[in-house]
Design a protein around this ligand. Structure first.
Ligand code: PEP
Length: 250
């Protein structure tokens, strides 16, 4: 998308211990290149590593974010973390509504929207994940699902600054399967149209990432599709060499 700085983002999911901090250090050093003016990078490690990860990135453009936040600012919510806590650890992004959260924790569009609002209130950029299941795609419902999830999950106050959309077909996550370039193009063009209709100019430059089995080998092709403004990467973000290879595909 013209005038948009793409984002290459990694989601470590429930992976990573202190031993994995070497990978974050290597990524922080690896993105110290002129390319970082053009391409933004982000890693979302588990919450246990957030604070120490940001400390490793003080001299690097590599941003650090979290994988989820609670919709409330604080209170009696055992086991949850708030957006403010993420910001307090110097995190700048948070993923909300990942399909694994929607499935494992029955998260609805309504809840995802509340989480995005909480993230923005703490001055975090929310990465709002949407995407159809295999059954929905087979039934020809993909665009209807994307329309409904965008309408339900994205707050009215969303801007190109405080919000990133991640299109992740559920069936493409962790499977090695990806949609065809034509299918990605169609989905992203549709989401762009929806965002512009609702948010005007902000919708024109709101980043729309593709996620689902992005690897060093397919990154160039996937990132080259119209209206794909970066990637959300699971498995291939765990190793610095893979993550940096995807970054350098730009
Ligand atoms: C993800 O979990 O956001 C993801 C895209 O995973 P993977 O890259 O492993 O398919």
């Amino acid at each position: 998308t013209p005038d948009v700085r793409p984002l290459v983002a990694g989601n470590w999911k429930m992976n990573g211990t202190r031993a994995s901090l070497d990978q974050i250090k290597a990524m922080a050093e690896g993105v110290l290149s002129p390319l970082s003016d053009k391409v933004e990078t982000l890693i979302c490690p588990p919450a246990t590593l957030l604070y120490v990860a940001t400390a490793l990135c003080t001299d690097s453009p590599l941003a650090i974010g979290a994988q989820d936040c609670h919709q409330n600012a604080s209170g009696a919510h055992t086991g949850d973390i708030s957006a403010e806590m993420i910001a307090d650890c110097y995190g700048t992004y948070v993923i909300v509504g990942h399909s694994e959260r929607r499935t494992d924790h029955a998260e609805t569009d309504h809840l995802v929207r509340a989480k995005a609002i909480a993230a923005n209130a703490a001055e975090l950029t929310a990465i709002i994940c949407i995407g159809e299941t295999a059954e929905q795609r087979q039934a020809g419902q993909t665009l209807d699902i994307l329309k409904r999830q965008l309408a339900g999950s994205v707050p009215d106050e969303a801007t190109a600054e405080n919000t990133v959309i991640a299109y992740e077909p559920v069936w493409a996550i962790g499977t090695g399967l990806t949609p065809t370039v034509k299918d990605i193009e169609e989905a992203h063009a549709f989401m762009r149209k929806e965002l512009v209709a609702r948010f005007g100019n902000q919708g024109k430059t709101m980043r729309i990432l593709y996620g689902g089995s992005v690897k060093p080998g397919n990154a160039k092709e996937l990132m080259g599709v119209a209206n794909v403004d970066g990637a959300l990467i699971g498995g291939a973000s765990l190793k610095a060499a893979d993550f940096l290879a995807i970054y350098r595909a730009y």
